[in-house]
Design a protein around this ligand. Structure first.
Ligand SMILES: CC(C)(COP(=O)(O)OP(=O)(O)OC[C@H]1O[C@@H](n2cnc3c(N)ncnc32)[C@H](O)[C@@H]1OP(=O)(O)O)[C@@H](O)C(=O)NCCC(=O)NCCS
Length: 143
């Protein structure tokens, strides 16, 4: 497995992963913006020539927000999501980011468990943020 910064050449691989792994994948245009903006960092995990995990975060001054993190369903529970976060965290630290924010659906137990294990703490809940009875938990991590 190789972990590295993502570039525009990863667009198709990331879209394939998004479509395989997520109920609501990002649009190709949103992923393209993420990969070409100098305010984003994205990390991919590559197995031979296939992208099996990725995460992206936008940052402004000393704050960042995770836009997405996902791992191919065949590769979960092997530490890949956590390792991707550590790679992203190291890159954000180099940019002097001090606090990372994210929002996660309240019912997404696996993601919430991972974030808590990685040191994120909940600080608010937005009711019905993703739709009726689909609340968002807001979490943050001080680097
Ligand atoms: C959330 C996600 C990225 C985790 O990736 P992963 O590579 O499986 O995570 P890790 O193997 O690093 O797991 C780290 C810890 O998270 C927790 N965890 C992860 N998946 C879990 C699950 N299904 N049930 C309970 N705990 C879980 C565990 O504490 C785990 O540590 P352990 O395996 O030593 O017990 C992956 O499940 C995924 O892609 N989900 C769909 C996309 C998504 O919901 N993204 C989040 C959007 S906010």
């Amino acid at each position: 497995m190789i972990y590295r910064l993502a570039g525009i050449e990863d667009l198709e691989g990331i879209m394939a992963l998004e479509k395989d792994s997520l109920e609501h994948p990002w649009s190709k245009e949103d992923v393209r913006v993420m990969l070409t903006s100098n305010r984003y960092h994205a990390i991919v995990c590559v197995d031979v020539d296939r992208i099996v995990g990725y995460a992206g975060a936008s940052y402004v001054i000393d704050e960042a927000e995770i836009g997405n993190i996902c791992v191919n369903s065949e590769y979960r529970r092997q530490g890949i999501g956590s390792r991707i976060w550590r790679e992203l965290e190291a890159n954000l630290r180099c940019k002097n980011v001090k606090t990372v924010f994210l929002e996660v659906e309240e019912s997404n137990a696996s993601a919430r468990a991972m974030y808590e294990k990685l040191g994120f703490v909940s600080y608010n809940v937005r009711q019905d943020y993703y739709g009726h009875k689909k609340s968002a938990v807001l979490m943050k991590n001080n680097l």
